[in-house]
Ligand binder design. Structure first.
Ligand code: TXA
Ligand code: MG
Length: 333
């Protein structure tokens, strides 16, 4: 019973499709939609029953709160309580980075977004995506709570193939807007702490934020650490070192192990190993989750990921690789 709509660009026909999905959402249905980071699986932010169903379908722990996706600032002011200082920082950030891959944690207004959506916390995550389909959908349906579209534990869905694999038959609507532009989730920035704190690196880099506000890098709160297990079925190993050394290392690994794959930014070829090459950090980010899932489908047992410098989007790439690798690290030189 899953209805799939393909949208290439926003025209009259697309708006018609979006309206059908929005009407469904208003009646309590679940819809998967594209954002610029990864696909989201969304329901109305105010609909407790659908929120509960969403947690079930995603197999998500109730301890992990959801993000409210908005299409204008008015929707934020309706659900969030501001003090003067936070409001100033919020305005500064949103003027520069919204719509875009930045999620902000703010103090929740009472009686608006239900506790079911925020794991009982007195804060709420808010984001304005820049994908036009997402914005149009929110305009029609109202604010949506939408975690990344993946069954918990798996990498976030960034292509329609991955989405169908996880959710076909389980949700009412899927909007296929093509592969995700960024490929990794948004940066989560907590504005309720004394100094704004990055809880998850993502589409907006630490360096970009630092130019605008005082910011620090922090860990996740205890109750949210559960999400950290998301990764492919294959073992992930991170490779540090120069290209030639990595090549030598992989050659030796090939002798010892079967079914190995690698995601590399250095221009290396090793016979007998499935290698996915990326030319830039952007391409690495965009394809990381897709490649994890491709390798799993090919029953690859070990995936070697070349390390990159933890700068810009490189910081988010390394964050996701480290989580997937559960800190299996090899120094090759
Ligand atoms: O790019 C993204 O953010 C994607 C797209 C669909 O927008 N969404 C996404 O949602 O990644 P999700 O639910 O998979 O991740 C949201 C993260 C989680 O790590 C969650 O713990 C954190 O945001 N979060 C949500 N509400 C929070 C809160 N009130 N306090 C602290 N962390 C929160
Ligand atoms: Mg997620």
């Amino acid at each position: 019973m899953t209805k799939i709509f393909r949208i290439n660009k926003i025209d009259e026909n697309a708006i018609k499709k979006i309206k059908i999905v929005a009407d469904g959402i208003k009646k309590g249905k679940i819809a998967i939609f594209p954002t610029e980071t990864v696909y989201g699986i969304g329901v109305s932010a105010f609909d407790k029953k659908s929120i509960k169903r969403l947690y079930k379908i995603k197999e998500r722990s109730h301890k992990i709160p959801l993000t409210v996706h908005v299409c204008d600032l008015k929707q934020v002011y309706e659900i969030v309580e501001f003090d003067e200082r936070t409001k100033r920082i919020f305005e500064k950030l949103t003027r520069k980075f919204w719509p875009g891959p930045l999620t902000l944690i703010l103090k929740k207004k009472k009686g608006k977004v239900p506790d079911e959506a925020t794991a009982g916390l007195d804060t709420v995550a808010v984001r304005m995506p820049r994908n036009k389909i997402a914005l149009e959908l929110i305009k029609e349906a109202g604010p949506l709570v939408a975690p990344s579209a993946n069954v918990s534990g798996k990498p976030s869905g960034t292509t329609i193939k991955d989405i169908i694999e996880d959710f076909s038959g389980k949700v009412e609507f899927i909007i296929d807007g093509g592969p995700s532009e960024i490929g990794l989730e948004s940066t989560v920035l907590d504005l309720t702490q004394n100094v704004p704190t990055i809880l998850r690196p993502g589409g907006i880099s630490y360096e970009q934020l630092k130019k605008l506000i005082k910011v620090k890098i922090g860990g996740k709160k205890e109750e949210e650490k559960e999400e950290i297990k998301y990764s492919p079925k294959a073992d992930v190993v991170i490779l540090f070192g120069k290209g030639e050394k990595i090549k030598e290392f992989l050659r030796k690994e090939r002798e010892k192990k079967k079914k190995i794959g690698a995601i590399l930014i250095s221009k290396i070829n090793v016979k007998g190993i499935k290698i996915k090459k990326v030319k830039s950090l952007k391409e690495y980010a965009r394809n990381l989750f897709k490649y994890f899932r491709d390798f799993d489908r090919k029953k690859i047992k070990t995936i070697y990921c070349e390390a990159v410098e933890e700068k810009g989007i490189g910081y988010a790439i390394m964050d996701r690789i480290k989580k997937a690798a559960k800190n299996k690290i090899k120094i090759t030189n």
